[in-house]
Design a protein. Structure first.
Length: 420
């Protein structure tokens, strides 16, 4: 059918044509925004889940909710290149600009700008010009040189301005697993201080399933700071709606077993739903239906596209050894099982123990040591996470199946591997 009218939207953070299944999270965020606005005790929101389940899409919806309440929304994505302290300064700058329109700056905001200025001087950050320029730095609250203290000092200032204006500030932080530990800690201290003062600054963060552990390790009071929400694949009815509703809007019906086929392939994971939906649409003759035969044609096409994109980019930045180790994990006899036990790796006779011994052969070190080193580097690269002590799993849904399809190519045959 006409690809121009294709409603499906595979892509990182791409708004889905029908957002289903996020009602509970949206309600939690909406209530939290309103409670923060009233100065009532409330927690920020932390979304966790595998890749492609819709965390970024939800954060964007949260931003829209905040704007609907006339709040200031500032979005941050944590990448390896991101200068966190500079980004926090930009947050303060952007928020103060939004809170004090034009050049008429009320006393409270003028003071906050002075604090921001001394923060920028202390942390050797570029002065972003306009509003901050020409103001005297206000020293004390945010220029001690200790990040915990200075970030808290800065947020308290902008929180006070927001409260004076009768609005709040939502900071959405995506890919939060990439935050350096000291930065995560400083952010939590700042949030803690802000909540003690009942100021209207709220964070909505999203990251991989490792994040609850990271925040718990950073500060013991993590569970009092955040609502933790695990985002998963869509429930059956929601997954059907995610496929059927956008087609309906274009006057197209999914027929017979077509939907069942896509649900079986995608297991309800939002990214895959969009990718398979897109290919089913493009493969269909139409003019007003998508049939099971169309899906049969679409399945290998969608799979190829996922393999070359969504899955492939995940392993592009891994070493040969890491790929070999991934292949070991993906080749688990019951690879549909979600957990794999690290203890068995030290067992000489287990299949996994033998496989790790092969990798070790080329790198040296004890088998346990090799396994632990590779496990740590794959976790650091965001490909794996530890659901609980001694276990490891992929952060990418259906990754084991992908590795299976690559058999002999990932970590095995030389051809598809990057040069040593
Ligand atoms: N609730 C949903 N229903 C249908 N599709 C969704 C939903 N949430 C996200 N998607 C789709 O899933 C894909 C991945 O979403 P994204 O927010 O980038 O996931 P994550 O941030 O968890 O990796 C996008 O193509 C998006 O359109
Ligand atoms: Mg995302």
């Amino acid at each position: 059918m006409d690809p121009v009218r294709n409603p499906y939207s595979p892509g990182a953070g791409a708004p889905p044509p029908a957002l289903v299944g996020g009602d509970a999270e949206l309600a939690t965020c909406d209530v939290a925004i309103q409670r923060f606005g009233l100065g009532k005790p409330e927690r920020s929101v932390l979304l966790t889940g595998l890749r492609g389940v819709g965390k970024t899409v939800l954060l964007r919806e949260f931003g829209r909710l905040a704007e609907g309440h006339r709040w200031v929304h500032h979005a941050v994505e944590i990448t390896e290149e991101l200068e966190f302290v500079e980004e926090m300064s930009a947050l303060a700058h952007g928020a103060l600009r939004a809170l004090s329109p034009g050049r008429i700056v009320v006393d409270r905001a003028r003071r906050a700008l002075g604090v921001l200025k001394s923060f920028q001087l202390k942390w050797k950050l570029p002065d972003e010009g306009d509003v901050v320029m020409g103001l005297d730095p206000v020293s004390g609250p945010a220029d001690s040189g200790l990040l915990d203290r200075d970030l808290a000092g800065l947020l308290l200032e902008i929180g006070a301005v927001a409260r004076a204006r009768g609005v709040g500030i939502l900071v959405t932080i995506d890919e939060v697993q990439n935050l350096a530990r000291e930065h995560l800690g400083a952010l939590m201290v700042a949030l803690h201080r802000v909540s003690q003062e009942q100021l209207p600054i709220m964070v909505a963060a999203a990251g991989l399933p490792t994040v609850p552990r990271l925040v718990g390790e950073a500060k013991t009071y993590a569970e009092r700071l955040f609502h933790f929400r695990m985002i998963n694949s869509l429930a059956d009815a929601d997954a059907r709606a995610a496929l059927a509703t956008p087609a309906d809007a274009e006057g197209v019906r999914w027929r017979g077993a077509a939907l069942d086929r896509v649900l079986a392939e995608t297991r309800g994971y939002p990214y895959f739903i969009q990718e398979f939906g897109k290919h089913a649409w493009d493969s269909a003759d139409g003019p007003d239906q998508i049939t099971a035969d169309d899906v049969d044609i679409a399945v290998p096409r969608a799979t190829r596209e996922l393999d070359a994109g969504f899955f492939r980019v995940r392993i592009d930045r891994t070493s040969r050894e890491e790929q070999a180790f991934l292949a070991v994990l993906g080749g688990a006899p019951h690879h549909a099982e979600v957990v794999r036990t690290i203890e068995t790796w030290s067992n000489d006779d287990s299949w996994i123990g033998k496989a790790v011994a092969d990798i070790k052969g080329s790198t040296g070190g004890t088998r346990q040591g090799v396994a632990e080193r590779l496990r740590d580097s794959l976790i650091a690269k965001g490909l794996c996470y530890s659901p609980r002590e001694g276990r490891i799993d992929f952060t990418v849904p259906l990754f084991g199946e992908f590795l299976h399809r690559q058999e002999g190519r990932v970590g095995g045959m030389e051809s598809a591997l990057p040069p040593p």
